[in-house]
Write a protein that binds this ligand. Structure first.
Ligand code: GDP
Length: 179
């Protein structure tokens, strides 16, 4: 089955987003505490694709060796997954582009892994501020990328962006040619 990986810095709102997409509030536990999602979780959706919940990267409060283990874990996943269609990189809409997110996107690009950006927690900003933050992101990404990656603006607490993400995944699933 085709699979779609969800990844981002810890506390970005990944568990909440996955809960929104899967519409099962208790499926992935959310917490205010960073570093809760430590292993890969798979969710099978509509019996035709996998949602893959990857561990968060860039914990502020773990040791360097722990960071290395996580990095290895994540890169191993990307090296091995043949069914992966696209990765969704989550970033908090309130934050300025962070080097670690840029590095990670760079890594995906160099590895030939398609990705989209999911901006989270859009309910925390006014529409104008959202626009500004997205523009700022674009400006920085366009320094390394030829075009702005596909992106979505979401809020799990206000149920924003759910259909857009799910429809996008459906459209990719429908365009997969089985050889
Ligand atoms: P994870 O560590 O990336 O899985 O993040 P969580 O889903 O556990 O969320 C981290 C914190 O952000 C929690 O306190 C959530 O309640 C909060 N949060 C997550 N998504 C949203 C959102 O869309 N809007 C708002 N206002 N808060 C959110």
């Amino acid at each position: 089955l085709p699979e779609y990986a969800f990844i981002g810095r810890s506390n970005v709102g990944k568990s909440s987003l996955i809960n929104m997409l899967t519409s099962r509030k208790s499926l992935a536990k959310t917490s205010g505490r960073p570093g809760k999602t430590q292993l890969i979780n798979h969710f099978i959706i509509n019996q035709n694709w996998f949602l893959v919940d990857l561990p968060g990267y860039g914990y502020a409060r773990v040791s360097k060796s722990t960071k290395k283990v996580f990095q290895k874990f994540i890169t191993q996943y990307f090296e091995q997954r043949e069914q992966l269609v696209t990765a969704f990189v989550l970033v908090d809409i309130r934050h300025k582009p962070q080097p670690i997110d840029q590095e990670f996107m760079q890594y995906l690009g160099e590895s030939g892994i398609p990705f989209s950006i999911i901006f989270t927690k859009a309910d925390k900003l006014r529409p104008k501020a959202i626009e500004n933050h997205v523009e700022e992101y674009k400006k920085i990404l366009l320094e390394t990328w030829e075009e702005m990656p596909n992106y979505f603006i979401t809020s799990s607490s206000k149920d924003i962006g759910k259909d857009e993400v799910l429809n996008y995944i459906d459209s990719l699933n429908n365009s997969i040619v089985i050889e």
